[in-house]
Design a protein around this ligand. Structure first.
Ligand code: FMN
Length: 276
């Protein structure tokens, strides 16, 4: 999985870019990246060394930017899928969060999905009113699936020094604090759209976290913040999933989807009614 790439280079936001908060971090990178051309001729090839195929995250502030990014990635053998970053500003419609509005989501996802030869995932914004509604819109527009969720907006302050904890002042929340929010979003969307592939993102740091996401209905998980303190976190998470699969006698993570029991059923099994 790549960081989000934009058409032109972004130098990123003022440092510090990351600050600790209880059970997570507040961060803002300003989507620092080398720009599309440099990414395709450099970073993409480096990421794909050893045969990996990469999910590339594309971001933009106009429809044309998304179309240009999609067009440039077509036919690249290194690209396994496109994830659309939708949490940035919408320059054309002068809105704070491009993907929080169904009309725009439909337009952007529709354009990318029509052009793309690889699967397309819409990464829904972290603080939206109607996650299920937006997921439905994205899928109707042609997305293969959805990534749930992007980080919600956050602010870290330092009371003793009367100042914000990150350079650009406002940022996003990531890390363990997000896990219950991720589980709820995944569960709601999986219940409403059971055939739609959902990638869980937010608060996954252990194999158990990942198994919970799969039980809630995810098809795959992403590991972000955990890799900052343990670069091998994704491997640990994968090993944890494999351990659970072996214990349960399952051949694939898909077997864990749908195993989540509705509350009444689970309660009845644990406290069976006394025999008459
Ligand atoms: C330092 C940092 C940089 C990130 N950069 C991106 C990015 O470029 N594009 C994106 O869609 N999400 C980005 N994210 C968000 C993560 O992909 C993920 O959605 C979020 O951190 C929640 O997952 P986690 O709790 O596992 O970190 C970034 C997160 C962090 C902490």
């Amino acid at each position: 999985m790549s960081r989000t790439i934009t058409v032109t280079e972004r130098v990123g936001s003022d440092v510090p870019r990351i600050a600790e908060s209880p059970a997570g971090i507040v961060w803002e990178t300003g989507l620092q990246n080398p720009g599309l051309d440099a990414f395709v001729s450099g970073e993409l090839l480096r990421l794909a060394r050893g045969g990996a195929r990469i999910i590339v995250s594309i971001g933009g502030e106009t429809l044309e930017e998304y179309v240009r990014m999609t067009s440039a990635l077509q036919g690249r053998p290194e690209v396994a899928a496109i994830e659309i970053h939708l949490s940035g500003r919408d320059d054309e419609l002068d809105r704070a969060v491009l993907g929080a509005h169904a009309d725009r989501l439909n337009e952007i996802v529709g354009a990318v999905a029509r052009m793309s030869l690889v699967p397309v995932f819409a990464k829904l914004p972290g603080a939206c009113d109607d996650t299920v509604g937006l997921a439905r819109t994205a899928v109707r527009a042609g997305a293969t699936g959805v990534t749930l969720l992007a980080s919600p907006p956050a602010l870290g302050l330092e009371a003793t020094r009367d100042r914000p904890r990150i350079g650009i002042v406002t940022g996003w929340l990531s890390g363990p604090a997000l896990k219950p929010v991720t589980l709820r979003a995944v569960f709601d969307v999986a219940q409403a759209l059971p055939a739609v592939p959902v990638i869980a993102s937010g608060g996954v740091r252990t194999g158990e976290d990942a198994v919970e996401c799969l039980l809630a209905g995810a098809w795959a998980v992403q590991v972000g913040t955990a890799t900052l303190t343990d670069p091998a976190a994704a491997v640990t998470v994968a090993q944890g999933i494999i351990r659970r699969l072996k214990t349960a006698g399952l051949a694939s993570p898909a077997g864990l989807r749908g195993l989540l029991r509705p509350a009444e059923h689970a309660a009845a099994e644990e406290n069976p009614a006394p025999a008459p």
